[in-house]
Design a protein around this ligand. Structure first.
Ligand code: S3P
Length: 182
């Protein structure tokens, strides 16, 4: 059974856009957890937060994460806060390699500003400093990744190549461990 590739990382690091391209390249399926939640509830993420609050969103997220753990050969884009809940990580690790996409705060700031109003946890006039602070608060959670890839100052093809290279290295390392153990 083929492992899933799970993209984690802060808002605006490119999890969805890179995930779609990566899945095409590897001929794997692609699932975006936020889009799954939206289709289950029938509302946008912003509407879910506004109507029912973050707690409801997180409980839907946990259900979807558990479903994702049962998939195979799928590239999964998580939400920026999926890693905050232990149960999500456990479920996604079930059959997945966790790759964290990183970006510098200024890049995140520019990217999230292009899609204003879609991210309920960021206030309208969010600053680079706000993003820096949130990133620091969450760093310990993103550190659970098997692989980390920096996306700043790179085009999409370079990021995809970096991911593929890191996956190859991981596979090589796992195989050599196997040989040593045998
Ligand atoms: C969130 C990130 C969002 C979305 C929700 C909460 C977070 O996803 O899941 O608004 O807690 O960081 P993106 O990372 O795709 O923006």
């Amino acid at each position: 059974m083929g492992k899933n590739i799970v993209l984690i990382g802060f808002m605006g690091t490119g999890k969805s856009s890179i995930g779609i391209r990566l899945a095409q390249k590897l001929k794997m399926e692609f699932v975006d957890m936020d889009r799954e939640i939206e289709s289950v509830i029938g509302m946008s993420i912003a509407e879910i937060f506004k109507r029912y609050g973050e707690l409801r969103f997180r409980s839907e997220e946990l259900l979807i994460a558990r479903k994702m753990g049962m998939r195979e050969d799928t590239v999964i884009a998580t939400g920026g806060g999926t890693v905050l809940v232990d149960g999500n990580i456990t479920a996604l690790r079930e059959n997945g390699i966790l790759i964290c996409l990183d970006a510098i705060p200024a890049d995140i700031f520019n990217r999230v500003n292009r899609k204003k109003g879609t991210r309920p946890l960021l206030k309208k006039n969010v600053s680079v400093e706000d993003i820096e602070r949130l990133l620091q608060e969450r760093e310990g959670f993103y550190a659970c990744a098997d692989i980390r890839v920096n996306t700043s100052a790179k085009n999409m093809d370079t990021v995809i190549n970096d991911i593929l290279q890191a996956l190859n290295q991981m596979e090589l390392a796992e195989n050599s461990c196997l040989r040593v153990n045998l």
